[in-house]
Design a binder for this molecule. Structure first.
Ligand code: NI
Length: 129
């Protein structure tokens, strides 16, 4: 599966962005707010690599516990799929469990995304193109 981005948690997205820019990353999409998940998101690129910075904006964000657990760190790979339902079924057969049902991602042009977890893999995101 082709990687779309690596999701990177940030306690303070501006401070973390600055550290990435220092290493030669450039801003692909400026910070925007995802009201479904109560997070700020920004996309950075470095060659073929795309990083998604994610800052939970309150303790009510479903991503807040992840920030508490991982701190400033990468925590998911997102893969591009043609058919999100078919891809979910395929991964469920491989012992992945859906942890956030398919929903639109306002910061990725409203494309549908889903999050799954596997005990040996951790969190995986799928985005439907
Ligand atoms: Ni993501």
């Amino acid at each position: 599966m082709k990687i779309h981005h690596v999701g990177y948690l940030a306690k303070n997205i501006e401070k973390t962005e600055k550290k990435f820019l220092e290493l030669g990353y450039t801003v692909e999409r400026e910070t925007s707010y995802d009201s479904i998940r109560d997070i700020n998101i920004e996309f950075l690129v470095n060659g073929d690599y795309r990083i998604e910075l994610i800052q939970p904006m309150s303790e009510n964000s479903p991503m807040y516990p992840l920030l508490k657990h991982f701190r400033n760190a990468p925590y998911h790979f997102c893969y591009e799929v043609d058919d999100i339902e078919a891809a979910i079924k395929e991964l469920e057969d491989k012992r992945y469990t859906v942890i956030q049902e398919p929903d639109i991602a306002p910061c990725i042009d409203g494309k549908r995304v889903v999050f799954l977890n596997n005990i040996s893999m951790g969190i995986v995101e799928l985005v439907e193109f």
